[in-house]
Design a protein around this ligand. Sequence first.
Ligand SMILES: [Cu+2]
Length: 115
Amino acid sequence: MFRKYSILVFTLFSILILFGCGNGSQQTQTSADKELSQLEEATLETVTLDVKGMTCDGCVQTISKTMAKTDGVDKCEVSLAENSASVTFDPSKTSREKIAQTISDLGYQATLLNN
Ligand SMILES: [Cu+2]
């Protein structure tokens, strides 16, 4: 009787530990992943530039492709209609000024907007 009872308790206890540990490690991994992505987001900056001189989609492509190849640039959205470019970058690898210069070097007038 006592033996049967202790086996049952042992089994229940094992299941609890098994599930408890499984959940615990999963949660730890999830929060670590979250922290990592938050850290990555926190290190990126987005700058909006006023870009004059774009006349067609080719201009948009030229700027987009150049930005994509530029070291430190994470994302770039160019708007022909709004004469603007929004660039997300890693400030430890490049700067707002360098991005503006890169676009200017292509023959457009890029001005950093206050943001
Ligand atoms: Cu063009």
